[in-house]
Design a protein around this ligand. Structure first.
Ligand SMILES: Cc1cc2nc3c(=O)[nH]c(=O)nc-3n(C[C@H](O)[C@H](O)[C@H](O)COP(=O)(O)O)c2cc1C
Length: 317
C-alpha cells in the first residue's frame, strides 16, 4: 500500500461503522464467512442492502456464485468473532455456534441483527465487488452493537438529549425529573431487587433476616455486634430477636452460647444459594443489554458512590 493509499484509508476510517459477518456456502456446501464493515442499507421498497468484498478475498468465488448471503450485525461482545472472520487462516467456523438457514447458508447463533438476503446485483467497484442483496427475512436482538472506527473497535453510546442535561431538581417547586440521579439509583435498586425480595418474603423471611443471611454468606462466623455494625447502612440492623428467629428456623447457628460467633447452617446456606442464583440470573438478563464498557463504568460508578456515601464495600466483594 502506498503512503497516499494509507492516508486515504485512515481518512475513510473516520467514518464509524458497525461490524458484520457475512456468510454463505461454497460449491461443496461448506460454510464461508467474512468480516465486513462495508455493509449499508440501500432501499426500503424493495428492501435492499449492500456490502463490498475485496476481489482478492478467498471467499469471493462462493459469494459470486451462491445466490445469497446472511449478514450478521455483531454485538459489542463479539470482537473475537469479528477477528476470527477477518483472518484467512484455519477453519473460521471451528468452535463457532451456528445453524443452517433454508438456503443452507450459516446463521450464527448470536447477533444484534440478522438479514437473510438473495443476491440481487453484483457491481464492479475497483478492487472490490459490490454485492446488493434483497432482504428476504430479518431478526433483531436487543444487544449493544460493536462499532469500528479509526481501525479500532468501539462501543456506541447514545448522546444525552439537551433536556436531559437541564436542571433535574427544582427546590422551589419541590419537583424533580426522571433524570434525578438519586431517584434513578433508588428506582433501579427497588426494581432490580423486587423479584428476589418477593421470593424471600414468600419464604417467610424479613428484609433484616435476608440481609443477615447475605452478610453471613460472605463471612463465616461473626459476632452479633459485628453483624449489626456491618448492616447499619441498611437501616435494618438485626437485633437479638432476629438472631433468635433465624436460629429457630435453623438458618444460623451460634457457637458456644450467647456470646459466640454466628454462622450459617447448611439449611441457611442452601436458602441463600437459591436466592443468590435467582439474583445472578436477573443480573445476566440485565447486563446483556449493556456493552462491556458500560458495565465496567457502572461497576466503578456504583462502587464510588458506595464509598463516598459512607459505607465501605465489604472486602470480599
Ligand atoms: C472490522 C473489519 C472490517 C472489514 N471489512 C471488510 C469489508 O467490508 N470488505 C472486505 O473485503 N474486507 C473487509 N475486512 C477484511 C476481511 O475480513 C479479511 O480480508 C478476511 O480475511 C477476508 O476473508 P477471506 O479471505 O477468507 O475471504 C474487514 C476486516 C475487519 C477486521
Amino acid at each position: 500500500m502506498t503512503t497516499d493509499q494509507k492516508e486515504l484509508r485512515n481518512a475513510l476510517g473516520q467514518f464509524a461503522t458497525g461490524v458484520t459477518v457475512v456468510t454463505t456456502s461454497d460449491e461443496g456446501k461448506e460454510p464461508v464467512g467474512v468480516t465486513a464493515s462495508s455493509f449499508n442499507s440501500v432501499s426500503l421498497d424493495p428492501p435492499l442492502v449492500l456490502w463490498s468484498l475485496s476481489k482478492t478475498a478467498k471467499s469471493m468465488p462462493a459469494f459470486e456464485t451462491s445466490g445469497g448471503f446472511n449478514v450478521h450485525i455483531l454485538a459489542s461482545h463479539q470482537t473475537d468473532i469479528s477477528n476470527r472472520f477477518a483472518s484467512s487462516e484455519g477453519n473460521k467456523f471451528d468452535g463457532v455456534d451456528f445453524s443452517a438457514c433454508d438456503m443452507g447458508f450459516p446463521v450464527l447463533n448470536e447477533y444484534a441483527a440478522l438479514f437473510r438476503c438473495k443476491t440481487h446485483y453484483q457491481y464492479e467497484g475497483g478492487d472490490h465487488i459490490i454485492f446488493v442483496g434483497e432482504v428476504v427475512e430479518y431478526q433483531t436482538n436487543p444487544l449493544p452493537v460493536l462499532i469500528f472506527h479509526g481501525g479500532k473497535y468501539a462501543d456506541a453510546r447514545p448522546k444525552l438529549k439537551k433536556e436531559d442535561a437541564d436542571e433535574v431538581v427544582d427546590l422551589h417547586s419541590g419537583k424533580f425529573t426522571e433524570n434525578y440521579l438519586l431517584y434513578l439509583i433508588s428506582r433501579a435498586h427497588f426494581q432490580t431487587s423486587l423479584p428476589v425480595r418477593q421470593s424471600y418474603i414468600g419464604q417467610g423471611l424479613s428484609d433484616q433476616e435476608f440481609f443477615c443471611l447475605s452478610l453471613l454468606s460472605m463471612n463465616g462466623g461473626l459476632s452479633t455486634e459485628v453483624i449489626s455494625d456491618r448492616l447499619a447502612h441498611t437501616g435494618h440492623a438485626p437485633d437479638n430477636e432476629i438472631f433468635e428467629r433465624l436460629a429457630r428456623k435453623n438458618l444460623i447457628t451460634q457457637e458456644g452460647g450467647d456470646k459466640g460467633d454466628i454462622s450459617l447452617t447448611e439449611t441457611g446456606q442452601g436458602v441463600f444459594i437459591e436466592l443468590l442464583a435467582q439474583s445472578k440470573a436477573l443480573e445476566e438478563q440485565l447486563t446483556k443489554h449493556f456493552s462491556e464498557d458500560e458495565i465496567d463504568t457502572a461497576v466503578r460508578f456504583m462502587k464510588k458512590i458506595v464509598d463516598i456515601s459512607g459505607s465501605e464495600i465489604p472486602e470480599l466483594w
